[in-house]
Design a protein around this ligand. Sequence first.
Ligand code: HEC
Length: 99
Amino acid sequence: MLRRWILAVLFVSFGSLAHADAQPMGDPARGELLYSTHCIACHSDKIHWRDKKLVTDWKSLQSEIRRWQEVSGLRWSNEDIADVARYLNALYYRYPAPA
Ligand code: HEC
């Protein structure tokens, strides 16, 4: 758990340095913040690693995130959804994503 936090903090600080002037790429650091605030309660990282995946590409990743933020009543914008998608994609899925 502690290790994960350290990694998370490193990721956020590196992310904000690396992406400070790269807005068109989306903001995975912001995605991480949104995800760890609203989504992680029910998930372990196992959910994104399992064999029986619902997410099979960049598009289905976005639609699962859209679905889950609706379930949680969060009313995320497309930008919020894209930021979280970038974060999860960088961390787990690694599908080709649009720039
Ligand atoms: C109430 C508990 C709960 C909350 C809150 C929740 N999830 Fe989930 N999530 C699940 C469960 C359970 C599954 C597996 C669903 C299945 O197999 O049908 C899942 C699956 C997913 C998947 C698909 C994983 C895969 O590769 O198959 C994504 C992406 C996802 N959630 C994103 C989110 C996001 C983003 C949020 C925050 C907005 C969120 N979830 C909040 C319980 C939750």
